[in-house]
Design a protein around this ligand. Structure first.
Ligand code: FDA
Length: 319
């Protein structure tokens, strides 16, 4: 990224955190409809059935699926409960596609922004349901202010249920220590670079140093025969993991976000590696859209085209 792109990225990530923008968007039908056209490239739609329809197609093509109802920072108990019930339903739907699929979520969507015990209680209920339907739950990682709490909820629950996994962000300086503690637990570990704007004393920027850190984390997991999702679109990083024989391990899968580098994921699938598409749906897509634009500012041009002259590629053509 050049300096201007980095500035744009910074602004978009900050914008994503501004609650008043989310409210304005929710209140203005016009603004909502305009930006939804740009979000549609990365989000299956606003309804569960939208996510389900695309998930079915991808599964039929041989991809694993991670489905998420987007949302975070739910402050009222009734809304936490509502979100948890949506995930109950999602687990049933995803379980009906095929065994071994994944449901992903932010713990702050189901209770962590209300009360620790609410998040933990909801997670346990979801894990029970997921067990019945042979579904894996993957907890996403949020801003560093929540990392301790997220890991604490995860640890307690993962001691009881092996079908819960966790996401770790390679960009946080603390992550190698966290990883060493978490490999004791059976749950899958998803390694991402990290999407949130963090202070420089806590996290590193995109760099070769970060890529090396990413490789070290995956190496640790592969060498301890731990299940791992390498969740990145970074072609060079993936090629390096292939060269080091990480991708060849049956414990490793490559996971990418829906709509991003689909042809690259398809090539890895055709080579015989395990691949998974992370697919989101729901009304709370504003933060998600901002992050996708921030990661790759060229996407802003694509977003403009999508808004003015929408012609989204079909799932069959992309994957
Ligand atoms: P990086 O950002 O360095 O990009 C490398 C290359 O990939 C770019 O040069 C470009 O070619 C391509 N690329 C990356 N992003 C693109 C985009 N938006 N559009 C087009 N091309 C793009 N983060 C987090 O903090 N908590 C979480 O729980 C998760 N969960 C998660 C799950 C899954 C399955 C994935 C794939 C990612 C996440 N993330 C996440 C997001 C993650 O932290 C990171 O922000 C993005 O994956 C982008 O980083 P890359 O590893 O792709 O590399």
């Amino acid at each position: 990224m050049n300096k201007t792109q980095a500035q744009v990225s910074h602004v978009l990530k900050s914008l994503a955190r501004k609650e008043e923008w989310k409210h304005r968007l929710q209140q203005s039908e016009e603004l909502h409809d305009i930006l939804l056209k740009a979000a549609n490239r990365y989000v299956a739609g606003e309804k569960r059935s939208d996510g389900f329809a695309i998930a079915r197609k991808l599964q039929a093509k041989g991809y694993g699926i991670s489905l998420e109802n987007i949302g975070e920072n739910t402050k009222l108990l009734a809304q936490c409960r509502e979100a948890k019930m949506e995930f109950d339903q999602l687990i049933e739907d995803v379980g009906a596609i095929a065994p071994g699929q994944t449901v992903s979520f932010d713990l702050s969507h189901i209770g962590l922004s209300y009360q620790f015990d609410t998040a933990y209680g909801h997670l346990i209920e979801l894990a029970e349901k997921a067990n019945e339907h042979e579904v894996t739950l993957m907890i996403s990682m949020e801003e560093s202010t929540k990392t301790d709490q997220i890991l604490a909820v995860y640890r307690q629950a993962a001691e009881l249920y092996s079908n819960i996994g966790i996401t770790l962000q390679a960009h946080l300086f603390r992550t190698p220590d966290d990883l060493r503690k978490l490999v004791q637990l059976p749950g899958k570990i998803r390694i991402v670079k990290g999407a949130y704007q963090e202070p420089s004393h806590l996290a590193m920027e995109r760099s070769d140093y970060l890529n090396n850190r990413y490789l070290e984390l995956v190496d640790h997991l592969v060498s301890t025969n731990h299940t791992v999702s390498v969740a990145t679109h970074d072609q060079k990083l993936l090629e390096e993991m292939e060269r080091r024989q990480f991708l060849q391990s049956t414990d490793v899968e490559i996971e990418m976000l829906y709509g991003i580098q689909p042809s690259q994921l398809k090539l890895f699938k055709e080579k015989g590696y395990q691949t998974r598409v992370y697919l989101t749906y729901g009304h709370e897509w504003f933060l998600y859209l901002c992050h996708r634009l921030a990661e790759y500012p060229e996407n802003i041009y694509t977003a403009l085209i999508d808004i003015i002259n929408p012609s989204l590629p079909k799932v069959d053509d992309m994957y």
